[in-house]
Write a protein that binds this ligand. Structure first.
Ligand SMILES: *Cc1c(COP(=O)(O)O)cnc(C)c1O
Length: 354
């Protein structure tokens, strides 16, 4: 740190991303990326012409991409905002709507508390129930930004739409942000409620279910006025926030519904067979509606299992927080990836005393 850094950033703890090792060195099951090649149709649109156009700024309104997202979800273009990854959308939302503070669960996406610190919003942490489910009743009438990931990050547990509606209904005075990064793997989007609740802000991403993590595109679905508020922040920060190539890829990926259906179905099927394998190996897992599974084993702690898998060339994620430190989070890769994981896990467990 230099002597020039703003004082309020001295104590800020930045987000720690999962490791991104050099290509091919690991079976990479640590950051919930999609194991499948992006839509071939989308990739086919990266032509010489598209590259020539890089000389020009991108469309600040992202009209084509927003149109495709709007058409897919049956909403108007003015109900859609796009960002440089959903992390950027989340940042805009914290800047726009957390003036009176923000609340979110104790076990959830780690970035929420970083944004709260960065934007000076007081964070209220609401513990999940013992079984890691969200108790919607604890979020009534908060008068501050409410943020819920659904399915929840780290746990994979899906909160039924009726409970999401309760959150929106019981917080008419503030924004309820539902981060649906994983919703395509086993939940129902709350997008159908945005016409009914002008305080409901849905955030989604192309990073997980559409195989475009490296393209950095995320989006928001909400009432026109909320979207205009997000745009107000965007135009005060980075008007050309989605680059030309990513906008082309994301638009086409949204339109390529059969590819999307096929690859998400494969991942869900792999998750279910992997869950069954974990059980056979003596793991206990949190039931997941996402593209990852949190699993623990009584014979080995989460940190030790993470390390031993790493020496065998398998990267998973371990979180040090007390409530989940016994677990490792394993992203769902290809069936072959999961076979390799299970083989290594079996060796490790058989080799530990207990
Ligand atoms: C992966 C993830 C994001 C970030 O997605 P990007 O669009 O890649 O920025 C946001 N929220 C949750 C819960 C995530 O898991």
């Amino acid at each position: 740190m230099s002597e020039y850094l703003a004082k309020d950033l001295l104590t800020l703890a930045p987000y720690v991303p999962g490791e991104q090792p050099k290509d091919g060195a690991f079976v990479k099951l640590n950051t919930n990326e999609n194991p499948y090649f992006p839509s071939r149709y989308a990739v086919s649109l990266i032509t010489d012409k598209a590259i020539d156009d890089l000389r020009l700024y991108s469309d600040p309104t992202c009209a084509a991409l927003r149109g495709a997202i709007a058409a897919h979800y049956g909403v108007g273009e003015k109900n859609v905002a796009v960002g440089n990854g959903s992390d950027e959308i989340l940042a805009f939302a914290f800047r726009a709507f957390a003036e009176n503070g923000v609340c979110f669960p104790d076990v959830t996406y780690g970035f929420y508390k970083v944004f709260a610190a960065l934007f000076g919003a007081a964070a209220e942490i609401v513990p999940l129930r013992e079984d890691f489910t969200v108790d919607a009743a604890q979020y009534a009438d908060k008068k501050k930004l409410v943020v819920i990931a659904n399915p929840n990050a780290q746990t994979g547990i899906y909160l039924p739409l009726s409970a999401v509606e309760t959150l929106a209904e019981s917080n008419r005075g503030s924004v309820v942000l539902v981060d649906e990064a994983y919703v395509d793997f086993g939940g129902e989007s709350a997008v159908k409620l945005i016409g009914k609740y002008d305080n409901l802000l849905i955030v989604q991403t192309f990073s997980k279910s559409r195989s475009l993590a490296g393209a950095r595109v995320g989006f928001a679905l909400a009432d026109e006025k909320l979207i205009a508020d997000l745009e107000r922040v965007k135009y005060s920060f980075n008007p050309y926030n989605v680059n030309r190539l990513s906008a082309i890829l994301a638009k086409a990926a949204m339109e390529d519904v059969s590819y999307f259906a096929d690859s998400t179905e494969k991942i869900v099927r792999t998750r279910e067979s992997f869950a069954a394998e974990l059980k056979k190996l003596g793991f206990s897992a949190i039931p997941s509606s996402a593209n990852f599974i949190m699993a623990k084993h009584e014979k080995i702690g989460g940190a030790a299992l993470y390390e031993k898998l790493k020496t065998r060339g398998i990267l998973v994620r371990h979180f040090g927080e007390e409530r989940i430190r016994d677990y490792v989070r394993v992203s769902i890769g290809t069936p072959e990836n999961m076979r390799v994981f299970c083989e290594a896990a079996k060796e490790i467990i058989d080799g530990t005393k207990g």
